[in-house]
Write a protein that binds this ligand. Sequence first.
Ligand SMILES: [Zn+2]
Length: 78
Amino acid sequence: MIHRNAESYRVEVKRFYLPFEVTVNCPKCGKPCTEDLRRNYLSYPTIGGIADLSVECPECVHFWNVKCRFDVTLTLVE
Ligand SMILES: [Zn+2]
């Protein structure tokens, strides 16, 4: 049995890299922009909370933040 003791909690990791790519359209020029979380990390993310991910548009060099929910799953396998 697994019991989660807190809905959200901060990860004490300054540079938390993840094997995900996030693609969003630039709000300024409309081009699709991809951030690779294997290179662009989350800083002290809150598991079970909302994380700000900074995105840079390579087309018009616009920077902005997108919000994403960050969560983990723990599953017994034996
Ligand atoms: Zn742009």
